[in-house]
Design a protein around this ligand. Sequence first.
Ligand SMILES: [Zn+2]
Length: 317
Amino acid sequence: METGLRTASDSQGNEFDLVPWQCPTCGPGPVKVLGLRGGPSHHRYRLGIESRIVQCRGCQLIFPDPFPVPKSPQALYGDPANYFEAHDLDGKIRNYRELIRSALAKAGKGTDAAILDVGSGRGDLLRAAQLEGVPGAVGLEFSEAMIDFAARNFGLTVLNQSIEEHAGQKPGFYDVVILNAVLEHVYDPGSMIAAASKLLKPGGVLYLDLPQEPNLLTRLGNALNRLRRCRSVLNLSPSWPPFHVYGFNRKSLSTLLEKHGVGIESIRIYANARVPSRFSRKDRAIAFVGTQIMRLANLTGTAGNMFVWARRTGASG
Ligand SMILES: [Zn+2]
């Protein structure tokens, strides 16, 4: 059947549909083409497929157009067993306990708070809430392996549901909703924020942890490429892990949140300064320079991650 849709494959044979895309916040409107990202010509490890990366001229959101939609997402996300091995559970839970305490303080609630963690994974954050004496913390997660892990190890409540489905069942129920490293991955961030807003009580608290783009590293890298007359850019990883399909900054995030009755109260901008490298001397040199840039970025508010506290201000969406 001829659908008119173009497709592309990466070097591993993973197939993607290339779907014409527009800014999920502003709709059709002018975009600025930043450059090309991925594939043999536009990634330093030749990952993914070549995507054209654009930035909305209205809200500054960065996204690929056309948008590479994987034909079999499960194959791309891999085996959860690797995930369990690779992450330091105890260290994460310690950090999350601090986050839970901040969330309770901002929500003006005690241990009777209702907390929702969207994309709860192994349940690290829910476990932290449990250790802080909050029994009413619920997770949403699609991976049955993750749900099983959280239930078996900690007796945690994790539902195999989308945030949109959950919002239909529990409108206005939560004191705190947490979007920890999820908004940059979903195809429809507008629908996700609308659901998060709907789930919150009036005055309820939304916490987001997501990359900031552009940031100093992508700006410098892109400028350097332009000097070399190369069309590669460093923004996003639309067709390889960690599959970042949107790049938000303060403006694009606040525009999206305000559309759904959520106002930003504070943003901390920070990134771990260490840039990973592989074995070649050249690659280590690139990583060293990257690390120095990241240190500068942390000092100037242009680093690669945003930690955001926001609050539901408007009427239910
Ligand atoms: Zn926009």
